[in-house]
Design a protein around this ligand. Structure first.
Ligand SMILES: Nc1ncnc2c1ncn2[C@@H]1O[C@H](COP(=O)(O)OP(=O)(O)OP(=O)(O)O)[C@@H](O)[C@H]1O
Ligand SMILES: [Mg+2]
Length: 285
């Protein structure tokens, strides 16, 4: 899965060597990355959890924001969000709620979580009447920016107001794309939304990269999809590619990142490589 440096990657480019990032002497301020694709089931949550865990292994302080009412990122990190009194919903909707009071530690050292549950589904409607409704997430995260090096936002599969809030808070967007025939369908709309948010709300916003997921090297089909994505997006396509393996669903059942559940599996190495690639590109500390 992680291609050897110097060999061709899945798009036929030479795979660079991504150095292990040097330890950080100080932490923060965080760079915020939204993990975003309105298509469902493309690997957003899996990538958020495992990239977060891999960055934490490299000594980065990481906050993962669960921004999906399904709460999959929370559950995937062993937090039962239905037992919590306070979630990201309270933080968005209640005056006086502070991020530090809602954030929970996870079993992974250096990786914290702002959990979500089904309550968050009401926020989409309730936020509509708020002043500066698109920048609520940005505002509530401000007090903890200095505590973290990277904040990853796991978006829900929609381009609604919650996702617009994630894009307004973010410095960068990583777009996970499943390697299947219709992968590119809808990406134009996503890019258009990103451009609108950049023009109107958040001029610093950039696309950090497109992450091909669920790649199957045995099929010509997967390779064709990667070639088409490369043709359309050039070097926005990250070198790191995530292969399809049952270890990912297995790890989510165990409620652990793959880097903990199967630390020597190629899937764990791939997310470590992704972490190194993003650091090398300047997209993460
Ligand atoms: N590389 C992979 N190989 C095999 N299965 C994977 C891989 N990545 C994710 N999966 C599985 O595919 C399903 C969807 O993944 P995930 O939940 O990460 O996608 P998502 O984009 O967050 O979905 P949603 O849009 O519903 O939030 C999950 O069951 C997950 O375990
Ligand atoms: Mg998800």
């Amino acid at each position: 899965m992680p291609t050897t440096p110097g060999r061709p990657d899945a798009a036929g480019r030479t795979m660079p060597e991504f150095a292990v990032p040097a330890p950080l002497a100080e932490h923060g301020p965080a760079r915020i990355i939204a993990m975003c694709n309105q298509k469902g089931g493309v690997g957003k949550t899996t990538s958020t959890i495992n990239l977060g865990a891999a960055l934490a292994e490299y000594g980065r302080r990481v906050l993962l924001v669960d921004f999906d009412p399904q709460g999959a990122a929370s559950v995937g990190l062993g937090v039962n969000p239905h037992e919590l009194d306070r979630t990201v919903y309270n933080l968005l909707m209640e005056r006086g709620a502070a991020a530090r009071d809602v954030i929970v530690e996870t079993a992974v050292e250096g990786l914290d979580l702002l959990p979500a549950n089904i309550d968050l589904s009401a926020a989409e409607v309730q936020l509509v009447g708020e002043v500066a409704r698109e920048s609520v997430l940005s505002r509530v995260l401000r007090p903890v920016l200095d505590d973290y090096d990277v904040i990853l936002v796991d978006c829900q599969p929609s381009l609604g107001l919650l996702t617009v809030n994630a894009l307004t808070a973010a410095h960068g967007v990583v777009i996970p794309l499943e390697c299947e025939f219709f992968a590119l369908r809808g990406v134009a709309l996503l890019v258009e939304t990103i451009e609108k948010v950049r023009d109107r709300l958040n001029p610093r916003l950039e696309v950090d990269g497109i992450l091909a997921t669920m790649y199957d090297s045995r099929t010509l089909h997967s390779r064709e999809v990667v070639a088409r994505v490369h043709e359309a997006f050039g070097d926005q396509l990250l070198h790191t590619i995530i292969s399809r393996t049952v270890k990912f669903p297995d790890a989510s059942v165990a409620a652990e990142p793959i880097t903990v559940y199967a630390p020597n599996h190629a899937g764990a190495s791939a997310y470590r490589q992704l972490a190194r690639e993003l650091v090398a590109r300047g997209d993460a500390a």
